[in-house]
Design a binder for this molecule. Structure first.
Ligand code: ADP
Ligand code: ADP
Ligand code: ZN
Length: 216
């Protein structure tokens, strides 16, 4: 299955992506995770990306398109893939269409997780991430068993630099201006599946599985 997860910051893309990737046995490709790994490792790409990420702005299209193009050519993507946080602009979506076209393949569906703006800020600000394995928690809605420690690997949990309230608001604004138009882009291609993200994590997942039911 070749899928895209769309939705504003804090909608629950990463949380659902882990479950979808497990169920359908496809790699979870998060451009945000890849960029944060580059920042952590101090690469040139990481240095460039950090300037944008810390301000809540999008990293330039050419940088992320190159990341995704390389990643999709890896062996494990032959069985399918789940893109999380990419594409984020119409320009990226068009670039992805070209890449897939050149690979003689295409998308099965685009899952659009919908959540009200008023809910998003609290979700993102309360998000905590494991420093070691990247697992995602929430201080209120998805707590780890031991405060500040990861259930999976016992790693330390941290708050993302860009999950401060001010930056989150900026990211939501950027989403509305630059990414929201993609719902129309994929709706026209009859690929869009709207999902109510304003429910319990397990119920959101059930709805996604139902929506994908008709796919291969
Ligand atoms: P979110 O949880 O807000 O959806 P991500 O982890 O997907 O966040 O992305 C964090 C940041 O990384 C974004 O605010 C942006 O600066 C950068 N980024 C991630 N994916 C992309 C992309 N496809 N295009 C441009 N910038 C991106
Ligand atoms: P995204 O990748 O879209 O930015 P995440 O999956 O990281 O979103 O979720 C943002 C925060 O909200 C995390 O702290 C996560 O634990 C929490 N969260 C995710 N889905 C739900 C949900 N359905 N209800 C409540 N909290 C949620
Ligand atoms: Zn962990």
């Amino acid at each position: 299955m070749r899928l895209i997860l769309l939705g504003p910051p804090g909608a629950g893309k990463g949380t659902q992506a882990v479950r979808i990737a497990n169920k359908y046995n496809i790699p979870h490709i998060s451009t945000g995770d890849i960029l944060r790994k580059n920042i952590k490792d101090g690469t040139e790409l990481g240095k460039k990306a950090k300037e944008y990420i810390d301000k809540g702005l999008l990293v330039p299209d050419e940088l992320v398109v190159a990341i995704v193009e390389d990643r999709l050519k890896e062996e494990d993507c032959k069985s399918g893939f789940l893109l999380d946080g990419f594409p984020r602009t119409v320009n990226q979506a068009e670039a992805l269409d070209k890449v897939l076209n050149n690979m003689n393949t295409s998308l099965h569906g685009v899952i659009n997780i919908k959540v009200d703006k008023s809910t998003l800020v609290g979700r993102a600000v309360g998000r905590r991430i494991c420093q070691e394995c990247g697992a995602t928690y929430h201080v209120e809605f998805n707590q780890s068993k031991t405060e500040g420690k990861c259930d999976v690997c016992d790693g330390e949990l941290y708050q993302r630099n860009d999950d401060k309230e001010e930056t989150v608001s900026k990211r939501i604004e950027v989403y509305l201006n630059e990414t929201a138009p993609l719902t129309e882009y994929y709706s026209k291609k009859e690929l869009l599946e709207n999902i109510n993200g304003q429910q319990d994590i397990n119920n959101v997942f059930e709805d996604i599985v139902l929506a994908l039911g008709s796919e291969k």
